[in-house]
Design a protein around this ligand. Sequence first.
Ligand code: PXG
Length: 454
Amino acid sequence: MAALQQTQAWQAANAQHHFHPFSDNGAIRAEGARVITRAEGCHLWDSNGKQYLDAFAGLWCVNLGYGRQELIDAATRQMQELPYYNLFFKTTTTPVIELAREIAEIAPAHMNQVFFTGSGSEANDTVFRMVRRYWDVKGEPERKVIIGRRNGYHGSTVAGASLGGMSGMHKQGDLPIPGVEHVDQPYWFGEGGDQSPEAFGVQAARSLETKIKELGAHRVAAFIAEPIQGAGGIIIPPASYWPEIKRIVKQYGILLVVDEVICGFGRTGEWFGSDYYDLQPDLMPIAKGLSSGYLPIGGVVMADHFANTLASEGGDFNHGFTYSGHPVCAAVALENIRILRREGIVTRVKEDIGPKFQQALQTLADHPLVGEVRGVGMLGAIELVSNKDTRERFPDEGSTGTQCRDLALQEGLVLRATGDTMLMSPPLILSEQHLDELITKTMSALDKTLHTIK
Ligand code: PXG
């Protein structure tokens, strides 16, 4: 009872004073928010003491799971030694030096320089300015346009939301800003119609070529994409897609920016999604799993040719944040990567828990609500449909997904719904026992959803 009263008091104060990101704040005021108070490993607890399996790793980020003492110790040590200093005016700090070197070691061989930010959105704002600066320095200042994809996600700041292709975000704040264009996404299940996935993958990639020709290649600066779209619905491109994109960016001489904010740091079973698809990017924005979400930090990993051009010919780069490479965040990120390496966690995703996760997900494919199960590494998506054979959607898109998500919460399981697609991105340290719990609870949420909508 005391816990319930405490929860109500918190909910009331929250409704009165806290305005939530990505939420209907009116609904929260009426219903009250869930108050999460504690976490350990792959589990969360709310203020009423209810336990949840977090199949979403916070927000695609707690790759090492909750409660890792080494990360807490790294933060404490750094707080005691040097809680803050900046990287401006020819200054650096030791955690930043070590972290940049560590990232260069795990990044693709041709990428050895990192610019640090506080988040993935800041990383993509940095991309926006860096790419244009690069072409100015190269003597091709008319190369200004950056091409993203419909239903891509690159953050919530003005540049990030513009580069992204979320129509709901574009509607708010008159986005995208000028100089950003969007092309098709490789979403076969939703948009492939009668084509084979392979034919559709090539077609989606060629929408980039069409756009480049329409604009004139001399005006195009870069193409930005996630290796696998995350927030858009864990959209796994057909195998034909990335090779065709690689051909196009090479043929027209435009920069390839691969947004690794979700796919980076082991989620696909490789260090980066760029390794998984052999993408050879010019820039890789990173964040989230860089610190397992324990502290906010992001960055842009740069190809040598790109960083060297800016460094040797660009003079001052007039861009940066007070918290670029915050030393405490950098110390935690460094320890996070060292743990991933020391414990072979990325290999475990590739060879052990990743394949087991994918296999277990496939056991849900026969469920009457499920149109497709897809995944890579520790990413998994379940498409809910009204007709399995025709891939027909529910008329009121999003309502079945929301119901399923809410029923999963009742079961003690955190899933995310994008429209009617259920998304999973669990911590990489998921055990086989957690995996059993995940599948049992998901099955039960699916059954209850089916029962409710009938
Ligand atoms: N790029 C990608 C690919 C992302 O997924 C960002 C950039 C921006 O990072 P920051 O740190 O600025 O949030 C993201 C973030 C969702 C959801 O509902 C996903 C993100 C953020 C908020 C919500 O799935 N991804």
